[in-house]
Design a protein around this ligand. Structure first.
Ligand code: GTP
Ligand code: MN
Ligand code: MN
Length: 606
């Protein structure tokens, strides 16, 4: 069957832009049918049952995880593909040295070739969605067209989507981000589907000027749920540059002290470096309370009061499964145990539950993410290191009520952090906004399994946004500097830098982390109120001896001192790396960042 004349007369919208978009993509990709998503429970049931039918989903035991599903991807489709991700700005210079670029018309030519007929034998789902609140002053709409039911189900967890969104778009004739996604696996007449359709050829492409996203060949979250990384970070960062706000790879949490004082903290750590853990932290220090607002993305705008207000544009958690357990993240466990979740690339147990490395009570037998028999004695991992749970944020028992406030929350402190075995102390404070921007711009971390490629390699990951800045990173640093210049700095958040991952000589973590990170948060908010003492070092203000609350912590004084130590020789060794990193940007690097580097060198005695 060929879909030559597309009948949109029964489409549930009169929005001409949406209709034209759907028609154009359907004509190119030739799906068998078009389904307009409502976001209803009936639709969820229909889609999850269809996914069970194709073998993509295995339903978990409802007594353990109600309305939840296990999926295993093709082993070639397990993570974000940074080398296949492009920023196709009109001018190459706007892409900058940290992104892949191709001329937009050339890229469209290639991708039109790939998209031609690519949805044959499949249904095209039309997903109207909004990142952030539907009641926001300016709702941030998108429409994703996808030939994947898995993506459609996952989008329903991760974003506000469906009929209410479409109706509002229609009523207001709203602008929207056009997002096209195909797994790139058309089916010939009568051909059976595979459990995880995808394509060896993958492209994840952003067209920043057009605010458009074209994705091909992958079903993996970050490549396929286009509201998330592609829209809420890459495209939104360009909108934010143009309009004077910030779209960042940050968690948002609410911290209440024993005295009832509330502070809001945002934190940027690279993928698989602890945002989801910190966002749902269970404090070990008495009387302190953490509530979650977001675990991955923050959109931040200067409010009328001059403060920086943040919202989480998402509606679910797409969290790293391995390492998640009752100790490291009890609130995430409680959230997923309520059900309505999708687990991808973890292990399936014989009693219809899921398991992953780091979870309590290993099963005697399971099926690994590769579909092979697995036992605790197996040499291979049961779960891919980047296996994920996808679960509704509303199920989180410590979700702050402010999550539902379209204005968001005023941020008091920003933490930058990475995964470093050496050099970077547990905690220090920036001298001011510009120095904080320097710390963010030079943020370094060891690579993880969240992206394809070698792991454990130290690289610069500015503001934890290296794979997500939708334009020239030099201009992005300038944008951060300007936020400080154009606003009253005393009202902006104070900036801190943390490293949970420093090691001792035996390779063990110096700092116990997880719930104990509440001690770090306590020092941070005490600094805001001028209570906690700090000592000045070449890199910034480090907690003064005795100022970090370690009461009841099982840690020697030596280990604590080692965790907080600023080693001048180690920092001297960083300088050439920072120099080389800055050199990449040429004239696009704000001159004040060179001044910051000169200051650091001088303080190190270089
Ligand atoms: P994305 O969702 O990919 O953006 O990453 P994320 O920053 O949310 O990562 P997540 O919180 O899922 O981090 C998972 C990894 O960080 C696991 O390996 C955890 O064990 C580790 N981790 C998180 N917090 C801590 C900590 O305080 N100490 C130590 N040692 N490891 C931690
Ligand atoms: Mn992330
Ligand atoms: Mn996360």
């Amino acid at each position: 069957m060929t879909l030559t004349s597309i009948d949109l007369s029964t489409a549930p919208t009169t929005h001409e832009g949406i209709l034209a978009f759907v028609r154009e993509v359907a004509e190119l990709t030739q799906p068998d049918a078009i389904h307009w998503c409502t976001g209803s429970d009936e639709e969820w049931t229909m889609l999850t049952e269809a996914l069970e039918g194709t073998g993509t989903f295995t339903r978990l035991d409802p007594a353990k995880k109600p309305n939840s599903f296990y999926a295993a991807s093709d082993p070639i489709d397990v993570a974000r593909v940074e080398d296949r991700t492009y920023i196709c700005s009109v001018d190459e210079k706007d892409c900058g040295p940290t992104n892949n670029w191709m001329d937009p018309e050339q890229m469209k030519g290639i991708m039109r070739g790939l998209y031609e007929g690519c949805m044959r034998g499949r249904t095209m789902f039309v997903i109207p969605f909004v990142m952030g609140h539907l009641e926001a002053e300016r709702p941030m709409f998108g429409v994703e067209l996808t030939d994947s039911a898995y993506v459609t189900v996952s989008m329903r967890v991760m974003a506000r989507m469906g009929s209410a969104v479409l109706d509002k778009m229609t009523e207001t004739d709203a602008d929207f981000v056009q997002a096209i996604h195909s797994v790139g696996h058309p089916l010939a007449e009568g051909e059976a589907d595979v459990a995880w359709p995808c394509n060896d050829t993958k492209y994840i492409v952003q067209f920043p000027e057009e605010r458009a996203i074209w994705s091909f060949g992958s079903g993996y979250g970050g490549n396929a749920l286009l509201g998330k990384k592609c829209y809420a970070l890459r495209i939104a960062s360009v909108m934010a540059r143009d309009e004077g706000w910030l779209a960042e790879h940050m968690l948002i949490l609410k911290l209440t002290s024993p005295q009832g004082v509330v502070k809001y903290v945002a934190a940027a750590f690279p993928s698989a470096c602890g945002k989801t853990n910190l966002a749902m932290l269970k404090p070990t220090i008495p009387g302190w309370k953490v509530e979650s607002i977001g675990d991955d993305i923050a959109w931040m705008r200067i409010g009328e009061d001059g403060r920086l207000w943040a919202v989480n544009p998402e509606y679910g958690f797409f969290g790293v499964a391995p390492g998640t357990n009752e100790h490291t993240n009890p609130h995430a466990m409680a959230t997923i145990n309520k059900g309505n979740s999708v687990f991808t690339n973890v292990a399936l147990t014989e009693d219809g539950d899921v398991w992953w490395e780091g979870l309590e009570n290993p099963p005697a037998k399971a099926t690994s993410w590769k579909g092979e028999p697995w036992t605790p004695e197996s040499e291979e991992l049961s779960s891919h290191p980047n296996s994920r749970y996808c679960t509704p944020i509303k199920q989180c028992d410590i979700l702050a009520p402010e999550f539902d406030d379209p204005r968001g929350v005023p941020i008091d402190a920003i933490l930058f952090g990475g995964r470093r075995k050496t050099t970077v102390p547990l905690l220090f404070e920036a001298r001011d906004w510009t120095h904080g921007t320097f710390l963010g711009a030079t943020l370094s971390s060891e690579t993880t399994a969240a992206a394809i490629g070698a792991t454990g390699v130290v690289r610069r990951d500015p503001m934890a946004m290296l794979p997500f800045i939708g334009y020239n990173a030099g201009d992005y640093f300038g944008h951060w500097i300007n936020i400080g210049k154009d606003n009253d700095e005393s009202k902006l958040p104070k900036i801190f830098y943390v490293n949970w991952f420093r090691r001792d000589e035996d390779g063990g973590f110096l700092w116990p982390g997880f719930g104990e990170n509440s001690r770090v948060l306590k020092w941070v908010v005490e600094r805001l109120d001028g209570q906690a003492a700090a000592v000045e070092t070449p890199i910034g203000h480090v907690p003064a001896p005795g100022s970090l609350d370690v009461e009841g912590l099982d840690m020697t004084d030596e280990a604590l001192a080692a965790a907080l130590h600023v080693d001048v020789e180690e920092w001297k060794a960083e300088i050439p790396q920072i120099q080389e990193w800055f050199d990449k940007f040429g004239d696009d690097l704000p001159a004040v960042l060179w001044t910051e580097l000169d200051g650091l060198k001088a303080r190190l005695g270089l």
